[in-house]
Design a binder for this molecule. Structure first.
Ligand code: NAD
Length: 369
């Protein structure tokens, strides 16, 4: 825990309260000030592309949390990160001695940024070590694993959040408002696509089913599924999906390349969506009775553009990761629920499980609630 000059602030409040004669109020004010000023320590587990490119840099500008520790299987990364981010040796762990983090009061939150197959294990170990957890998307290999993770965090009385950064992004917050409040009337259609072209990039864990759980649907499609849910504010009941011919059957031998789906929502709305490792897609398009709105590109770390039938959305792009982590730290400090709890990850995994079932059966599948 790092405090921004807590002594002075606390001393000031104490004097101030006593000065007013509010002796009985003083301890409460004092505790509140201490809690509100505290920066929570985050330990990143897995120092790959997302941790090094986005999360660690974002943690340099966060207000409520800071990069306190790292967990890595690569000793060379331990020393380069330690030097770059001034992380003390006592806050550096590997995957074997990770459970010792239970004794480290510098670390309040463990952020899991590993291949999907490792999310469940590290979430449960972190909760058992008494830490709050942020787990990256997709939450786990399937809905059953998500349930175990939620139960473990509940049992340990720790908060669990999923790395759904777009819930904190102003364009996406605006489409939630436009859709859920039906600003342009009842929604008539919604289409969401997300994908990138793998091209000649080296194969990684993302293409190994045992590590990733699946391909572009798990990795990219999840954003489009999320967008359909939070734009409508509804949970879909049924899904029909199919997988297109793979663009590179050898490269994508174990995982899906392009999938398309239709989600049936209560009230009759049907949303469409697509995910791909061979198309650069990033869109959200919504038609309502009295107008339209869209984001394109829609799901990146920045550069999001929005437009409605009335013109361009004049909304700034922000540091999404900083906003997401600061909000979670704030929720812990204020004992408030996070808007992206484990249950939110579970809802997406239930849909993803049903999409894979529908591809296998060739039929419409119910999404078990
Ligand atoms: P990456 O391949 O760049 O990094 C993975 C890290 O896991 C590496 O440090 C690697 O050393 C470590 N690792 C440990 N055991 C491993 C194993 N058996 N095989 C492979 N790597 C192993 O991946 P990434 O892009 O950083 O993704 C990590 C997680 O973050 C995934 O869940 C991914 O979906 C998520 N992610 C989220 C966003 C987002 O915008 N929210 C963006 C990128 C990645």
């Amino acid at each position: 825990m790092k405090n921004s000059n807590p002594y002075n602030r606390r001393a000031f409040l104490r004097t101030f309260s006593y000065g007013l004669g509010a002796i009985t109020l003083a301890p409460a004010i004092d505790t509140f000030a201490f809690a509100a000023d505290r920066k929570l320590g985050i330990a990143l587990v897995g120092l790959g592309g997302y941790s090094s490119g986005q999360l660690a840099p974002a943690l340099q500008s966060t207000k409520n949390c800071y990069l306190a520790g790292i967990v890595t299987g690569t000793p060379a990364k331990a020393s380069s990160w330690s030097a770059q981010y001034k992380i003390p040796q006592k806050n550096i762990y590997n995957y074997e001695n990770f459970d010792q983090i239970i004794h480290n009061s510098d670390i309040d939150i463990v952020y899991i940024v590993l291949p999907v197959s490792m999310h469940k294990e590290f979430t449960i170990r972190a909760a058992k070590a008494g830490k709050h957890v942020i787990c990256e998307k997709p939450m786990a290999l399937n809905a059953a694993e998500c349930r175990e993770m939620i139960a473990a965090c509940k049992q340990a009385n720790r908060m669990l959040s999923i790395g759904y950064r777009l819930h904190f992004e102003p364009h996406h917050i605006e489409v939630m408002r436009l859709g859920q409040k039906q600003i342009y009337g009842k929604l008539k259609s919604l289409d969401a696509t997300n994908g990138f072209t793998w091209g000649n990039n080296k194969p990684t864990w993302r293409l190994k089913k045992a590590l990733s759980g699946g391909g572009a649907l798990m990795d990219m499609g999840i954003y489009a599924i999320q967008a359909s849910r939070y734009t409508t504010g509804l949970e879909p009941l049924f899904v029909t999906a199919k997988e297109n011919q793979k663009s590179n059957p050898e490269l994508f031998a174990e995982v899906d390349d392009t999938i398309q789906w239709e989600l049936e929502f209560p009230g009759g709305l049907v949303s469409t969506g697509k995910s791909s490792y061979s198309n650069n897609w990033s869109t959200l398009q919504v038609e309502a009775e009295k107008g339209q709105f869209e984001l394109s590109p829609s799901y990146g770390y920045g550069g999001i553009n929005g437009k409605t039938s009335e013109g361009l959305m004049k909304i700034p792009n922000i540091n999404q990761q900083a906003a997401q982590m600061d909000d979670f730290a704030r929720c812990i400090l204020d004992k408030k629920a996070t808007r992206v709890p484990g249950e939110e990850g579970l809802k997406d995994m239930k849909i993803i499980d049903a999409i894979y079932r529908s591809i296998a059966s060739g039929k419409k599948e119910a999404i078990q609630i």
